[in-house]
Design a binder for this molecule. Sequence first.
Ligand code: FPP
Length: 239
Amino acid sequence: MSYMSEKRSVPKHVAIIMDGNGRWAKLRGKERYEGHIQGVESVRRVVRAAVRNGVEYLTLYAFSTENWGRPAAEVEALMTLFCKSVINETPSLIEQGVRVEIIGHRSHFSDEVRSRLSEIESRTAAGERLTLVLAIDYSSRDEITDAVRSIARNVAEGRLKADDITEQTIGESLYTARYPDPDFIIRTSGECRLSNFLLWQASYAELYFPQTLWPDFTEEDFDKALEVYASRERRYGLI
Ligand code: FPP
């Protein structure tokens, strides 16, 4: 049942750190990449559940800048998986009204991966129900560093006065400038860290750390997470 029809508080923007693929695979005596393959099924389920619940923005942490340090074979498998998933899922995403946008440092990707990612962005650009933001090669500190650089350049070149820099100036200089801040951040697998994900944007977000490993995360788990969100009182530091 949709939470919208019950007029409950639905977060406009949900962000998820999809963690536990490796442990899921290990528990089954499988290779790590099989955990990632299974993780794509969870992505599919969660996108469906987000659309059904009327969530407008869903950001998924798919690959952190630190992930380049994993064994080459795993990085390669993840890249192949992104490309394949993107191609296979596009028709269903279009049908569901999902627009896909990518944030992160695209420059490190191969031409093949880069062009696949651009392709899915342009093919889904008309989607109006849910914006699915894939954070790939994303690091929040990199993002903030880039923002500081561009603001400093604007000051140095006389387009902006230092005293006129506000929180809004910074927000508008981040990769996420066109999205509202996340209301709700979920990290699966029981780890309780943000790991360089949306550090500036997470200022007022509710955080939730279910034990479930990402490949086991179901539509019902997403619905339950939204119930947890709805049950929390959000005071923004006020009394
Ligand atoms: C973290 O689990 C997961 C990743 C680094 C990769 C996430 C990617 C997917 C689920 C595929 C998504 C596909 C698309 C198209 C967005 P881990 O490997 O760190 O798990 P562990 O902590 O148990 O080792």
